[in-house]
Design a binder for this molecule. Structure first.
Ligand SMILES: NC(=O)c1ccc[n+]([C@@H]2O[C@H](COP(=O)([O-])OP(=O)(O)OC[C@H]3O[C@@H](n4cnc5c(N)ncnc54)[C@H](OP(=O)(O)O)[C@@H]3O)[C@@H](O)[C@H]2O)c1
Length: 401
């Protein structure tokens, strides 16, 4: 491919990092031509002549042969990315919210028009999860992809477990350090992990599952008694996203706090780091660890996608053509810990089996087997400070050891 002339959308945390890494990279053979932002009035660190607030000025510029989209508005991002692809202009995006909601349509456009959309930065920042799943793990031996996909919530849980910080203080610190959004619900309620998991699953198993069909539970209601319980058992609580084959014909996926034992790779993924475990039939478990967010780590992933375009790389979505693809199911049994104080938990949740119950004046918990479909159906009722849920992992297919 000839020199890459980039039209960049967004000049925030990631956009500025991209400007920096493209400038630094001697081999990129790429140049940022124009940058579209929301407001032209903001002070900028580079020459004002770069900037426009008109998407058309980039999309209609014949000199531009690659769009890089890193804006924080998923709806506008969808319009920009779709318009670019329909015009035959390849796109690199980091926008997990937009991708998780629109991938089927965007994949269809890519296939019909033979145009590329790359997005490794959208899932786990600098960790090259997507391209590895797409290319290296292009076989049917994959059993599970599981990990800590959100740096902010992991930072908060690390502070609480390793530094005996309070949840509120840890959250405030995460915000002060720029790990958490000023509205942190996206991170701590599990949606950021969910959207990444949706994208990962497309490349792990070749199947798209819409976010609203996936059980998602965050860490915002974690309480001192949950932490004490986990410490007593010698485990940590981590916010874990997972997609896992439960039989030859089916896979399941969910995002939930989980009790993690010290023998697991993700036990030692602390602070704002991300870690992804890939488990397969022949190679047991492999582990990828690194910075999942931040200006330069995310920009380095975007640069890798830009460089891939120099060689005309695009995702083939080969797994979508597998003869036998497993179907998504929520008809599986999980073992969960549910802590509550006044909520009548047995009125809300139908357990298949109760394994342990504890009551005290301060709080109660129940550990039991429950269908994932039951948790999904009752999701709206499982809110509020009085409740906290955590998964106690059991191993499907008995192939973990
Ligand atoms: N931050 C990370 O570590 C990270 C990691 C992986 C992926 N991502 C993804 O990367 C994207 C950007 O994140 P960020 O942290 O860089 O966000 P950010 O710092 O809030 O910056 C957002 C940028 O988007 C611009 N923008 C918003 N709406 C726009 C529109 N309609 N047209 C043109 N420009 C628009 C803003 O313009 P103004 O400057 O004028 O406000 C700003 O420059 C998000 O999708 C995020 O999920 C971020």
């Amino acid at each position: 491919m000839a020199k890459i002339k980039i039209g960049l959308f967004g000049f925030g945390v990631v956009g500025q990092g991209i400007y920096e890494v493209v400038r630094k990279s001697k081999n990129a053979n790429a140049e940022i031509v124009k940058i579209c932002v929301r407001s032209l009035d903001k002070p900028r660190t580079i020459d004002r002549s770069y900037f426009t607030d008109s998407a058309d000025e980039i999309l209609d510029n014949p000199e531009i042969n690659l769009i890089v989209e890193v804006i924080d508005d998923a709806r506008a991002a969808y319009d920009i990315v779709k318009r670019a692809l329909l015009k035959g202009i390849p796109v690199v995006s980091g926008n997990k919210t937009m991708l998780a909601h629109h991938l089927p349509e965007l994949i269809d456009i890519q296939k019909r028009l033979h145009v590329a959309l790359l997005y490794d930065a959208s899932s786990c920042g600098s960790i090259p999860v997507i391209r590895n799943l797409e290319e290296y793990y292009d076989n049917d031996l994959l059993l599970e992809v599981k990990g800590i996909l959100n740096g902010s919530s992991n930072y908060i849980l690390s502070r609480v477990f390793d530094h005996s910080d309070t949840y509120a203080h840890a959250l405030a610190q995460a915000q002060a350090l720029g790990f958490a959004e000023s509205d942190p619900s996206f991170d701590i309620e599990g949606y950021d992990s969910l959207f990444k998991l949706v994208i990962i699953t497309v490349h792990a198993l070749g199947t798209y599952v819409a976010p609203e069909r996936i059980f998602t539970y965050g860490i915002s209601t974690i309480h001192e008694s949950d932490i004490r319980y986990a410490r007593e058992k010698g485990v940590k609580i981590k916010l874990v996203a997972q997609v896992v084959k439960v039989s030859e014909e089916h896979f399941t996926m969910f995002v939930m706090p989980e009790f993690v034992t010290p023998d697991k790779y993700i036990y030692s993924v602390d602070d704002e780091y991300n870690g992804v475990v890939i488990r397969g039939e022949c190679y047991d478990r492999q582990f990828m660890f690194g910075k999942g967010a931040g200006s330069l780590p995310t920009a380095s992933s975007i640069l890798s996608d830009i460089m891939a375009r120099l060689h005309d790389y695009r995702y083939e979505y080969k797994k979508q053509n597998y003869v036998q693809r497993p179907d998504y199911t929520t008809d599986i049994t999980l073992k969960v810990y549910v802590r509550y104080t006044t909520t009548d938990i047995h009125r809300i949740l139908h357990f298949r089996k109760i394994r342990e119950q504890y009551t005290s004046e301060e709080s109660n918990y129940v550990i039991g087997d429950i269908a994932l479909s039951e948790l999904l159906a009752k999701r709206e009722q499982l809110t509020g400070e009085d409740l906290f849920l955590a998964n106690i992992p059991i191993f499907f297919l008995n192939r973990d050891h």
